[in-house]
Structures are given as C-alpha cells and as structure tokens.
Design a protein around this ligand. Structure first.
Ligand code: GLC
Length: 477
C-alpha cells in the first residue's frame, strides 16, 4: 500500500459528535486489495473512443452549477466547514432547522439559466454532508423530512429545466460524512493527486480506531447504490456529476455497478470523470488548465469565490472576466460550468443574476462564434482564444483586449475571403505579407473602429476559401 503523506488536520473539536462506526459485527483488519489485483477501469465501450460522449454535451458550451443546501442558512462552507472544524458539527447540523426554501422557484432559475445562454444545469442533489434534496427511500437526512422546507427540491428543478429544453444534471457526492456506516473502511491506496491530506485519518472518513468494518461498508454501498438508482429512475437526469471519489477506490464504491444501474435506467446518461474509470469527461475546477485535457471536458468555476451561498463573499467576477473565461474554455474545446449559490430560501443574489445575464447577452450577440463551433487555433497563431465553425470555413478570433491598429494571425495557409466583426457585421481590411515557399506570411487585420468594439470581448469572423489549414513548422533554416 502506497503511503500517502497524511496529517491529522481536525479531530479535536467535534469529539463525540462524529458518526460512530457500527460495531455489531466483529471488526476485521484491513481488507486491502493490492493494486496489482485490482481490475483495470472499465470503459463504456471497450476499444472505441475512450470517452464516448453525447453530442449535446460538446455542443452545450455553457452549463450552470447550483450548490444549494443547508449550508446557505449560516453561509458556511458547504460540508467542508464541519469536516475541517471551522464550525462544530452541532452548529452545522442545526442549519437543518432553519432551511426553509421559502422562495424556491425553479421556473425562475430555469428562465435565468436560459437567459445566460446555458444548455444544461447541475444541481447538488446531495453534498458530502449527506442532506438529500429529495424524499429518498434510502434513509439518512433529507429536506422533506428533516427541514421546515418540507419539500423535494429536485423534481421541480428537473421539470423546469426540461420545459425549456435544458438538459438536467445532478451533482451527487459518493461520500457522506454524516452516514453512520460511512467511516467504516479506508481507501487502500489514495491517489495523492486528488486526496486531501487527512483522507486516511479524518474520523468522518475512516474508522477512528483503525478497525475496518466491511459489513458496515456493505450497508453504505446499499444506500449509495440505492440512492443513485432512485435518482435515475425517478428523475431521469441527463448527466450525473459525481464528487468525493478520492476517499475510496473504484472497487470500494462499486463504480461499475453504479454506472450500470444508471445506464440501465437511461443508456444516454453522461458521467463526469469523478466516477473514475466510468467517467466520460474531465472536470478541472477553478482554473483553466494550461493544456486542454484529452477528450471532452468542462471547467467548473464559481461566479464569486464560493460554491454555496456565503453572506460574506462579495468577490463576484465581472462580466468581462466571465466572458474571458468562457472564451478561453470554449477555445480549448471545453464547456464552462458556472456555479451559483442560492440563499437558503432558494433566491439567487442579484450580483449572480446580473453576471449570468451579462454573459448571456454576450453569448447571444456572438452566438455564431460559440454554438456549432470547435476548439480553435493552437497557441502561437493568434494572441487570444479562437473557435472554428463545424465546416472549418470560418475562424473566430477573440480579442481579449482592445486591438491597436492591427490584429495579427500567423501560419494561415488558406486565402481569406472576408473578415467581419461578429455582432455588427462591419467588414475589416486585411493583408497577408509575402511568405517564403511553404511558409505563409503574417496576416494583418485592421483593428475595428471604436463603435465595433464589444465592451467585453470583440470577436472577428475570418471567412476562408477552403477548410482551415495551418502551418506550424519552424520556418526556413
Ligand atoms: C470542490 C469543493 C466542493 C464542491 C466541488 C464542486 O471540490 O470542495 O465542495 O462541491 O468543488 O466542483
């Protein structure tokens, strides 16, 4: 077993409030399976594209992430605040008593997400704190039975999205730091790249006395597999966004069983990469990767600094910053999953609404450069992101800053038919310097006039005489 550098970060404050591990069965010592004996990840289609993907996902470009839960009552960090001991477990759980969902209006959410230009959304149906937003038959905490809201918050959301043609995504945490059977076994070999430093010691995660209890774990698996099947059957989501995967191995979670149970309900369901070997797409978060992940991917990004609602967090990103994030992500072939955190009553802060609407206006104006396009030029050709139309006959150059005199383009092997400003349609002059043999000269496009400059990001449409062809060599010796 690989030794993961761990440090006991938090185990003094919550004391006896940690969920106790069942001792009804004689606890046995580690059931660790050596890595060499573990089965290799099973992909959906052996030997084919390792990440087959529903076309709607690649075409969506924008999704809205919604972190909604009891943590919004006091505005403390979702789940992590009691895990880390920032607040006591008792105080965290007391939020259950004040969670009202009194202004829950999924139709208004769905309208807003449409105005933002999103094609899908992902709602936290259950975070690591274990509080389900629907009336689950598998026990544990839920908003119907354990909060004054007394309501299911999943079905209205799914219905409202569907009625507007948006795809329905469910975030679901594999881990549950409040389930009595959860902290019963340890990960045999945590991945240091994703595990947090106390994955092997935090008593919300592993047995405090180190005694593994496989029977308790089987009970947890029954609950976990039951809940995901229940969600899939009752609400038929298009996408499952798993999380918490770093705390157990694929075999411990039973990812194949989870994936197969969901696919038996709906064969077209998309899974994010946190379902480990059964994931369909990569999910970096909070920072655009320097190189694009292989295959489909999505950047999860908070509109301010927090996933859940926090009264204290006013660090909302400007619309310009969000448009830049969006342009860079789609220019690298990804989707942006932009997160908002509703207040405990279900209403969204005005600052989040204006950001989503601002992004939506920009997308509407620049729709041709967004939808029906693919990742654009590799670095080195244009100073900024770009996309290319599906027929590869139009290149869209995103100008992150206000261009001065000219915009340059390098290594273009095609002849340019026309350059226009997206939105206004104004035509721009352009000229390509002589190259040398197979090495094309540099193209210079005249900067748009002030009237054609977009307040966030200006986009130029470069129409080509033939499908995009690039020179990417080093020039003459
Ligand atoms: C981070 C947060 C977690 C949140 C997730 C969404 O991992 O810790 O609380 O749900 O991001 O991507």
């Amino acid at each position: 077993m690989a030794v993961h550098p761990v440090r006991l970060r938090r185990c003094t404050q919550a004391g006896t409030q940690w969920p106790s591990v069942s001792t009804t069965h004689p606890a046995t010592r580690s059931t660790t399976v050596p890595p060499s004996l573990r089965s290799s990840p099973v992909k959906r289609t052996e030997g084919a594209d390792p990440m087959p993907m529903q076309p709607w996902f690649r075409e969506a470009k924008l999704g809205i992430f919604v972190h909604y839960g009891i943590y919004a009552v006091d505005g403390v960090e979702e789940s992590w605040s009691f895990y880390r001991g920032d607040v006591s477990h008792e105080r965290y759980m007391a939020q259950l008593e004040r969670f009202t969902a009194a202004a829950y209006d999924p139709e208004a959410w769905a309208d807003l997400f449409s105005r933002a230009g999103a094609d899908y959304a992902v709602l936290t149906t259950r975070h690591h704190d274990g509080v389900a937003l629907w009336d689950t038959a598998y026990g544990g905490l839920n908003t119907v039975q354990h909060t004054p809201a007394r309501r299911d918050l999943v079905s209205g959301y799914a219905k409202a999205l569907r009625s507007r043609g948006l795809k329905v995504g469910f975030y679901y945490s594999l881990s549950n730091w409040n389930h009595p059977d959860y902290a019963s076994v340890a990960h045999p070999d945590p991945d240091p790249a994703i595990a947090v430093e106390d994955t092997l010691t935090n008593p919300y995660v592993v047995p405090a006395d180190g005694e593994q209890n496989p029977d308790a774990w089987q009970r947890y698996r029954h609950y976990l597999h039951g809940q995901v099947t229940e969600l899939a059957r009752e609400f038929r989501p298009d996408l499952f966004w798993f999380d918490g995967e770093w705390e157990r191995s694929e075999e411990q979670w039973g990812v194949d069983e989870i994936a197969d149970r969901i696919l038996a309900e709906n064969a077209h369901t998309v899974f994010n990469g946190r379902l480990l070997g059964r994931g369909d797409y990569a999910t970096p978060e909070q920072g655009i990767p320097v190189s694009a992940p292989d295959g489909p991917w999505e950047l999860a990004l908070t509109v301010n600094d927090s996933w859940g609602f926090r009264h204290s967090d006013q660090h909302f990103k400007s619309v310009t910053k969000l448009v830049r994030y969006f342009g860079e992500v789609i220019g690298m072939g990804g989707n942006l999953l932009l997160n908002v955190g509703p207040r405990e009553d279900g209403s969204l802060p005005a600052e989040a609404i204006t950001r989503l609407e601002g992004l939506g206006s920009w997308i509407t104006k620049h729709d041709v450069a967004v939808h029906g396009t693919d990742a654009g030029l590799p670095p080195g050709h244009h100073y900024g992101p770009s996309t290319v139309s599906a027929d590869r006959l139009t290149l869209y150059l995103f100008c992150l800053d206000v261009p001065r005199e000219v915009i340059s383009l390098r290594g273009l092997m095609n002849r340019i038919e026309r350059v226009t400003v997206v939105g206004s349609g104004t035509e721009l002059g352009h000229r390509t310097d002589p190259g040398l043999g197979a090495v094309p000269g540099q193209t210079w496009i005249d900067a748009p006039a002030d009237a054609d400059i977009d307040e966030h990001v200006t986009v130029l449409a470069v129409e080509l005489d033939s499908p995009l062809a690039l020179y990417s060599g080093r020039g003459r010796n």
